[in-house]
Design a protein around this ligand. Structure first.
Ligand code: DC
Length: 229
């Protein structure tokens, strides 16, 4: 018998969640869901409509109305039918997403969408609260962490590879601000779930982290045989 699985990967920015979640999803044949991109998409829509980031009722309405889809087999994110994959990665969207993600109404609307996605197919979902709030019964929970200095270096490299100018000091300070906001907010703060496996990616290559995660998934799912797409 096959069953749907949820692999929850949580952790701070720059720990390598996106790269790893994408790779693991591909290997397992699951849908990859980047929940940070959903908060970023709502922040982008709000910026385009000039909505103040303190305007809770309007932001909640936007989060409810946003039609967010992930293209199967790719990591492209569509907002109301438009491909916004690159637009949501702009540095100002990182800060804006972190700010609106502290709003209860925005979280409620997006968590509902995330649960619906996980009910449809086997998923590898990454974010901040997947193992604690969105899917407390996830098949596998990973908390992926890394040294803050290394996380900042990875972010700088990622930006430079995309041709975006990046100042190392500024990136480190923005990551610190985001860490403080994401772990300090009242609603669904970033925390390791008690039953999550802690993985420190600081000394590991992406291949090593991928192997470690796949092993944990296979140990928990009769060697991967029970996974249905
Ligand atoms: O993972 P990311 O950097 O793309 O996420 C952007 C912001 O969205 C992050 O600072 C915190 C927020 N977020 C969240 O609160 N809950 C999630 N499940 C995912 C992201």
């Amino acid at each position: 018998m096959t069953k749907r699985i949820v692999v929850a990967i949580d952790g701070p920015g720059g720990a390598g969640k996106s790269t790893l979640a994408r790779r693991v999803a591909e290997k397992l044949g699951c849908v990859y869901i980047d929940t940070g991109a959903m908060y970023r998409a709502v922040a982008l829509w709000a910026a385009r409509l000039n909505i103040d980031l303190a305007d809770m009722p309007r932001l909640e309405q936007l989060a409810e109305a946003a039609e967010i889809r992930f293209e199967a087999g790719s990591s492209r994110v569509l907002l109301n039918g438009e491909d916004v994959t690159e637009a949501v990665r702009a540095p100002e969207m990182s800060q804006a997403a972190s700010r609106i993600s502290a709003l209860r109404g925005v979280r409620r609307a997006l968590v509902e969408k995330q649960r619906a996605m996980g009910a449809q197919s086997s998923v590898v979902m990454e974010g901040r609260d997947i193992g604690t709030v969105v899917f407390p019964d996830a098949t596998v929970k990973i908390y992926l962490d890394a040294d803050p200095r290394v996380r900042a270096e990875r972010r700088v490299l990622e930006m430079r590879l995309k041709g975006v100018a990046a100042d190392a000091g500024e990136v480190a300070s923005e990551l610190r601000d985001r860490d403080a906001r994401d772990t300090g907010r009242a609603d669904s703060p970033l925390r390791q779930a008690p039953d999550a496996v802690y993985l420190d990616s600081t000394p590991l290559s992406p291949e090593e982290v991928e192997r470690a995660i796949l092993k944990i998934v296979r140990d928990r799912t009769s060697n991967g045989k029970e996974i249905s797409q």
